[in-house]
Design a protein around this ligand. Structure first.
Ligand SMILES: O=P(O)(O)OC[C@H]1O[C@H](OP(=O)(O)OP(=O)(O)O)[C@H](O)[C@@H]1O
Ligand SMILES: O=c1cc[nH]c(=O)[nH]1
Length: 236
């Protein structure tokens, strides 16, 4: 099912929102792991010249967060016959629906799909309208299966103001009510993360890192720049 959607502006998040005070937020790079290495490469303007590596690092962080989320899903015992004996395996009860936001979401999404290989996907075209005083997001196109009673993972690498994720999620609810919601990003601003946590309290949030702030153009500082352009080339 594919539906064109109209634009709307959500109320602006403020820096006074403190994500530290909010439960349900997992910060993957808070502990040492290879995820920190992938994130450091994503941020490095010299390494960014290699767009293949940039996309692959987004994908690898998608894989890592997918693995972390998998610990929160349900499994069913199944009898398995090996070549030598019978044993019991645990199979994922139902594969989550994987939703992402074009364009920058695509490599991150692929990381989730690498692990949740039987998952259906949902795609949203959303973009920030340039030249407005406050960030406004246009949601143009949404293609999704039924979300009723499913686990939904909504993944977008950059969580700046949080408006893209909040508007995308609201638009997606036209396709049903999920029983569990996970929202994943690579880099979040403190105010954007607090905004998403406030507007979507039913979601568990997963981020690789929480950065310092947004700049006047609502870009994340230090951030990594424009994830869509770095993945796929600059827009006109
Ligand atoms: O939290 P927000 O303030 O809404 O910003 C985040 C959005 O910005 C990026 O997309 P972008 O608008 O750069 O589009 P692109 O992927 O097409 O380059 C990113 O992938 C998010 O969708
Ligand atoms: O810092 C930001 C903010 C929005 N989108 C990006 O790609 N980067």
């Amino acid at each position: 099912m594919a539906t064109p959607l109209s634009s709307s502006a959500a109320s602006a998040p403020t820096a006074a929102d403190a994500p530290e005070a909010l439960a349900n937020i997992h910060v993957v790079c808070a502990e040492p792991s290879i995820a920190n290495h992938f994130l450091a490469e994503l941020r490095d303007k010299d390494v960014q010249k290699d767009s293949l590596r940039f996309r692959r690092n987004l994908q690898r962080l998608g894989e890592i967060i997918a693995y972390r989320i998998s610990a929160h899903l349900s499994y069913t015992d199944k009898t398995i016959q090996t070549p030598l004996a019978e044993t019991t395996g645990k199979l994922l009860h139902d594969f989550p629906i994987l939703a992402t936001v074009l364009r920058a979401g695509l490599p991150f999404h692929q990381g989730f799909l690498n692990y949740f290989d039987q998952s259906p996907s949902a795609f949203v075209a959303a973009y920030r309208i340039e030249g407005t005083a406050q960030v406004q997001v246009q949601v143009d196109y949404l293609s999704a299966p039924s979300l009723d009673e499913r686990v939904l993972i909504l993944a977008d690498p950059m969580l700046a103001t949080g408006k893209s994720l909040v508007q995308t999620y609201r638009a997606m609810l036209r396709f049903g009510t999920p029983r569990q919601v996970h929202i994943a990003a690579v880099i979040a601003s403190p105010e954007g993360l607090a905004y998403v946590a406030r507007e979507i309290p039913e979601a568990t949030l997963w981020v690789a890192a929480i950065d310092e702030k947004l700049n006047e153009q609502a870009y994340i500082i230090p951030g990594l720049g424009d994830a869509g352009d770095l993945s796929f080339g600059s827009k006109l």
